[in-house]
Design a protein around this ligand. Structure first.
Ligand code: SAH
Length: 232
């Protein structure tokens, strides 16, 4: 008997993961109302199993949020799809993401926007995300370790800003770094009482739209919660 070729095994595994991804997108993202075909296709193409820790890998294509280490979580596939859809991207935009976490959402964003700048406050998470960004050859994604509530001033303005952690109020620097006609999507509130907000820059002011309930870890920083306890 011939030994199995490693390449063949990998190809079969990849086919299996691709099938699981297609099912995840159909059952847990599209079925829950996300319609933007570019977002759905980007999620079908993004290998979520590579982003989650080995111990929860079997659940990569389920509907839940999963622990990613350092007390943080990767969001449910549905909310990732929903938030990116709310950004209304056409592919030409420069996007700022606050809360890189595993880098999964940055990877999905890299397929539907022109350029992605992502900030994470926890070094170990950012390092792993940078490794994956390199491995997957995502040339339009940059990651830095910093307090993302300050934004990324040397790269501002941004066409879109997406925040993957819940804030007590709109962080002023993020509003400032939003370009004309830009959109910011951010969860606001405490751990058990959060709403997703879509903020648009109109003229010299802003317009805030409520986009339903949310469930995120706290945004910790100068213009966020001062510490995790206060967010409870
Ligand atoms: N988008 C991620 C999941 C984000 S979880 C993914 O796809 O995996 C929220 C992340 O926000 C956590 O990793 C947390 O450490 C980070 N975070 C919280 N406050 C932050 C801040 N002020 N600046 C940058 N990152 C922050």
């Amino acid at each position: 008997m011939q030994p199995a070729k490693p390449d063949a095994a990998t190809a079969a595994e990849n086919r299996d993961y691709a099938q699981q991804r297609a099912l995840m997108v159909e059952r847990y993202v599209a079925a829950r109302g996300v319609k933007d075909p570019r977002v759905l296709e980007a999620m079908r193409q993004t290998p979520r199993h590579l982003f989650v820790p080995q111990v929860v890998r079997a659940k990569s294509y389920g509907e839940s949020a999963l622990p990613i280490g350092a007390g943080q979580t990767i969001s449910q596939p549905w909310i990732v799809g929903r938030m990116i859809e709310l950004l209304e991207l056409n592919g030409s935009e420069k996007v700022l993401e606050v809360g890189t976490g595993t880098g999964y959402q940055a990877c999905v964003l890299s397929k539907v926007a022109a350029r992605v700048f992502s900030i994470e406050r926890i070094n170990e998470l950012a390092l792993r995300a940078v490794e994956l960004v390199r491995e997957l050859k995502l040339h339009n994604v940059s990651v830095k370790v910093f307090d993302g509530t300050y934004g990324w001033s040397d790269q501002a303005p941004f066409d879109r800003i997406i925040v993957a952690a819940t804030a007590p109020e709109l962080p002023e620097p993020l509003v400032q770094q939003l370009g004309r006609g830009g959109t910011l999507v951010i969860p606001l509130g405490r751990s058990d009482d959060q709403r997703l907000a879509r903020v648009r820059r109109v003229g010299t002011g802003i317009q805030i739209e409520d986009c339903g309930p949310a469930s995120f870890v706290p945004l910790i920083g100068r213009f966020g919660w001062k510490d995790e306890e206060k967010a409870k």
